[in-house]
Design a protein around this ligand. Structure first.
Ligand SMILES: Nc1ncnc2c1ncn2[C@@H]1O[C@H](COP(=O)(O)OP(=O)(O)OP(=O)(O)O)[C@@H](O)[C@H]1O
Ligand SMILES: [Mg+2]
Length: 317
């Protein structure tokens, strides 16, 4: 299974989420878990976990020109704590982008990770970083089984997300919008974006620091916490095979807010109305209302509307 994790603005915690999902993947002992840093702006995990600069994305890009089998990918990975592996990108954006561009321009290059992810008992978490238009990571994200778009919940985050949501939703069969941090309440974000979120990660610097390999995490603030619990729930949902087709859910229907194991959610055009996706038509995400009217709030609604229990209302198993 190949899961692309990405953002469209800022640093909402894509890399942290990829590491957390790998660490908390169900049946982790019997699953080969690979975090592939395919972020063209550069990698962080070698630095965070004290790994060597090589092997990694740069050495794989060179090797992929000579070797075509997916096994070559594993040769360029390094071990992370907890027995996950990482394909580490160099920290410099120039080097990382060049390596990624080389890899994706190589015949079979873009499908290498897909081929690895297709092996039994393997999950690849592709950290695509910020997928600006023209990002070389797009070729990899488009081959993913599921895409998780991570976004902050402040007005500027949401305006950028609204502008790209429809496009990104068409990249994979199962796109999902994941909210994070403090900002507008989930229910307001969903209403304004016209889609359901697959969850909301809390602002939890202490847990995030531990996930990021820092030994000394910042002290926990009152009311913070819960990141590990939420990412574990998300990992379980992503790992659950897609529900079999049913009469109620056309087999080729796609919608934002869908991830494997999460019941199909309908995209809302207008309050109170829903749409079904036409069979065989892709991308099938109905146009969102651009631009998002931000901020329509301030009429008594709290901007700091993060509610730790929000995830519980999501249709996770
Ligand atoms: N849920 C969270 N709560 C609090 N802090 C977080 C959370 N997730 C991540 N962080 C922190 O935010 C910072 C950025 O996280 P991370 O590197 O995962 O973001 P990113 O989206 O991958 O950024 P970039 O696009 O720059 O690679 C790190 O210091 C990380 O520890
Ligand atoms: Mg990152």
């Amino acid at each position: 299974m190949l899961i692309a994790v990405c953002s469209v603005k800022g640093s909402p915690g894509v890399t942290t989420l990829a590491v957390a999902l790998a660490a908390q993947w169900p049946q982790a002992e019997s699953t080969r878990r690979l975090i592939a840093e395919v972020d063209p702006s550069g990698g962080d995990l070698a630095m965070r976990f004290g790994l060597s600069a090589t092997p990694g994305l740069v050495s794989l890009a060179a090797a992929a020109r000579r070797t075509h089998g997916p096994g070559v990918v594993w040769e360029h990975t390094q071990a992370l704590p907890g027995r996950a592996r990482v394909l580490a990108a160099p920290p410099g954006g120039g080097h990382a982008r060049a390596a990624l561009s080389t890899l994706t321009a190589t015949p079979n290059g873009p499908s290498l990770l897909h081929a690895v992810a297709g092996e039994a008992g393997v999950v690849v978490l592709a950290d695509c970083g910020r997928v600006d238009p023209g990002s070389p990571a797009e070729a990899i994200a488009r081959r993913a089984d599921a895409l998780v778009l991570v976004t902050g919940t402040q007005g500027d985050d949401l305006a950028h997300t609204a502008a790209r949501l429809g496009e990104l939703a068409g990249w994979t069969p199962r796109p999902g919008l994941l909210l994070t941090g403090e900002g507008y309440p989930t229910v307001d974000v969903e209403r304004e974006l016209g889609v359901s979120a697959i969850g909301r990660l809390p602002h939890d610097p202490a847990a995030a620091a531990l996930i990021s390999g820092h030994r000394r995490a910042p002290a926990r603030r009152r009311g913070s916490g819960g990141l590990a619990r939420q990412t574990a729930a998300l990992a379980r949902a992503l790992a659950t095979p897609a529900a079999p087709p049913s009469v109620a859910a056309p087999p080729q229907a796609h919608a934002v807010g869908m991830v494997p194991g999460v019941p199909a959610q309908q995209v809302r055009h207008q309050p109170g109305t829903t749409v079904s996706t036409p069979i065989g038509h892709r991308p099938s995400i109905p146009p969102l209302r651009p631009p998002m009217p931000v901020p329509p709030l301030g009429n008594g609604l709290s901007r700091n509307g993060h509610q730790p229990s929000t995830f519980g209302k999501e249709p996770l198993p």
